[in-house]
Design a protein around this ligand. Structure first.
Ligand SMILES: [Zn+2]
Length: 333
């Protein structure tokens, strides 16, 4: 299905990792971020046939006054830097000749840190405790669905804290569950980070652009200015040193309202980033700032991608705004 009305210039899609097949990975609680490789392949074939898949850097350049994008422009992006981007997505992108951008959490690739959500997910899925009690939060962990419910509730709780408070709470959760995952520990396949060799090979293909996503994946809007600056500068330097080319694009962790501000944007610009992406769902319009470009997050079905890329989702959003209604899922983190 190809839409006849397309009200805007570019649609940027966000993926995370991929799963090898449809079956669920036993010790994972958040499978939705990792779509089956067959679904991703179907999505890519659809995009290759009906859309102009462009580099995200072309989108940022057009927004900054550079060459205009073709009509029906769509960019594919991935966040975090999973091994499955290389093992499962890259072969599909190569076969179809589609460009994509991968935003790297550089400490994750270095194997020096694990992002907080990986630590939380593994602590809750691997613990032998049947009850978690931390602060005023109590949850039964007897079944997989109770563990998933606790995971989602604690994600919300951690995201609402300053980064220092969230770090303390996560450590308290790991203590209570008696699981202290280390960067070198075995992880379920979808949660493994890529190696720098994989990143270099993808970069050398010319199809894949590598961008920044901080060094340890905190929410920048909840960090002190010193920590934010350290995260942005370290991330930039690690990619430059490992790849040989400094990154020009960035994606904000979480990327919702309040997850970055004007100071964060100024830090990005002074570090050398010329384009940055949020998780504000929507098309990119001329009024969007080049350091706060919207993206659609986590499509899990081909029809969802078509609704995003065709403009159907955008039309619905504008229609709801016209009625004064909020779009329930404005931000997909
Ligand atoms: Zn991320």
């Amino acid at each position: 299905m190809v839409s006849r009305w397309r009200p805007a210039e570019a649609c940027v899609l966000t993926f995370h990792g991929l799963r090898a097949d449809e079956s669920l990975v036993p010790d994972m609680l958040d499978q939705e971020q990792h779509i089956p490789a067959s679904v991703f392949e179907e999505v890519c074939e659809h995009l290759a046939k009906h859309y102009q898949v462009v580099h995200a850097r072309e989108v940022a350049a057009a927004q900054a006054g550079g060459p205009k994008l073709p009509s029906r422009a769509v960019a594919i992006t991935f966040d975090d830097g999973y091994e499955s981007n290389y093992a499962l997505a890259f072969p599909v992108l190569k076969r179809l000749g589609l460009p994509a951008t991968i935003f790297l959490t550089t400490g994750y690739l270095d194997r020096s840190v694990l992002p907080w959500f990986v630590r939380l997910e593994m602590a809750l899925s691997r613990t032998s405790q049947s009850i978690l009690q931390v602060e005023d939060f109590t949850a039964s962990l007897s079944t997989a669905s109770e563990r998933r419910e606790a995971y989602l509730a604690l994600c919300g709780r951690l995201k609402s804290r300053t980064q220092a408070e969230a770090d303390d709470l996560l450590a308290a959760i790991e203590d209570a569950l008696q699981v202290h995952l280390q960067p070198g520990d075995n992880l379920p396949a979808p949660l493994r980070p890529m190696t720098w060799d994989m990143a270099r090979e993808m970069h050398a293909s010319g199809l894949i652009t590598l961008g920044g996503h901080t060094h340890t994946h905190p929410i920048l809007g909840r960090c002190t200015p010193e920590r934010s600056e350290h995260e942005i500068r370290t991330c930039h330097a690690r990619i430059r040193d490992e790849i040989g080319t400094p990154p020009s694009l960035f994606a904000y962790p979480n990327g919702g309202p309040g997850d970055f501000d004007q100071d964060t944007q100024a830090m990005l610009a002074s570090t050398g980033f010329s384009g940055s992406f949020t998780m504000h769902a929507g098309f990119i319009h001329p009024h969007h700032e080049v350091l706060a470009l919207p993206r659609y997050g986590n499509p899990s079905e081909p029809w969802e991608v078509e609704a995003m890329a065709s403009g159907l989702m955008e039309r619905l959003r504008q229609f709801r705004r016209g009625l004064g209604l909020r779009w329930k899922k404005e931000v997909a983190a």
